[in-house]
Structure formats: C-alpha cells, structure tokens
Design a protein around this ligand. Structure first.
Ligand SMILES: [Zn+2]
Ligand SMILES: [Zn+2]
Length: 152
C-alpha cells in the first residue's frame, strides 16, 4: 500500500538552486461533494526564487459530482494551471501559516494539490448550462423524460 501522503523534499532546490521536476499521481479523498475515482496527474517544475520557491505546472484529472439541478452524475475533466510562489516562513510567522503545504524542506504535494483543485472546482456543478432540473410534478428530469407537458 502506497503512503497516502506524498511529500517532496525540496532541500536541494532551496540550498543548491537545482531545479526539480515532479511527476506524480496523487489520490484525493472526496471533498466539497466531489469525488476523485482516479488519481490526478501532477506535473510540476519547482525552482528557487529568492529565498522562496516558484512552482509551475499542471494538475489534471477528472472530478465527479452531482448536478445541482437534476442530480445526474457529472464527470468534470480538470486541468489546473499551477503558478504558485512560496516564501519560507520567517521567524515572526506562524511556521504553518495559512497553509501547511511547505514545512521545512518538505512540500506536502497532496495538500497542495487538494488546495489548488479545491479553488479550481465550480461551487455549483451543473450537467449543462441549460439543465432544466427535475419536474416538480413527476420528479423526472424535465427534459427529455418528463411527459407532463403535452406537446403543443
Ligand atoms: Zn442537470
Ligand atoms: Zn413531469
């Protein structure tokens, strides 16, 4: 069983300025009513920038959820462009700060991916922009299954 957390050692990047390329698949637990049945693919280039880190790359995968109107399952292909900058905590900062993605020489890749995917997901998921939802009389999806409205 693979460890669920995926930490990336970035000491080499911080201390030698060497660039690091990360190619990983990351499993995400269900959150914010989205499910992730397959691991997400993560491709990142990590570089030193001043005393901090620059992250560039993409996260791709498929989020699965439920249409807010008709309750159909929806598969939502995701490609998240990553452009992040991390500064090392200074002595005055809470070492965990607002995110605990970067702790010492370790980058918590799974936590980073979860946060970035979270901010990229729509708050309201629809199967289609013009989803008509469920018929209030018969409970079937209003189009095309509902037969309540006789054809004109
Ligand atoms: Zn729908
Ligand atoms: Zn109906």
């Amino acid at each position: 069983m693979k460890d669920h957390r995926t930490n990336v050692g970035i000491g080499g990047v911080l201390h030698t300025g060497r660039e690091l390329h990360v190619l990983e698949t990351i499993e995400l637990d269900e959150f914010a009513s989205y499910r992730f049945e397959a691991p997400l693919e993560v491709s990142l280039r990590i570089r030193r920038a001043g005393t901090g880190l620059d992250l560039n790359g993409t996260i791709s995968g498929v989020a699965e959820g439920t249409c807010a109107r008709c309750l159909d399952d929806v598969r939502l292909p995701l490609t998240v462009d990553v452009e992040e900058r991390f500064d090392p905590p200074s002595e005055n900062d809470d070492p965990l700060g607002e995110s605990n993605v970067l702790v010492g020489d370790e980058l918590d890749l799974q936590d980073l991916v979860r946060q970035l995917v979270d901010s990229a997901l729509p708050i309201v998921l629809l199967c289609a922009e013009d989803c008509t939802g469920l018929c209030t009389k018969c409970g079937f999806k209003a189009d095309p299954h509902c037969r309540c409205t006789p054809p004109e």
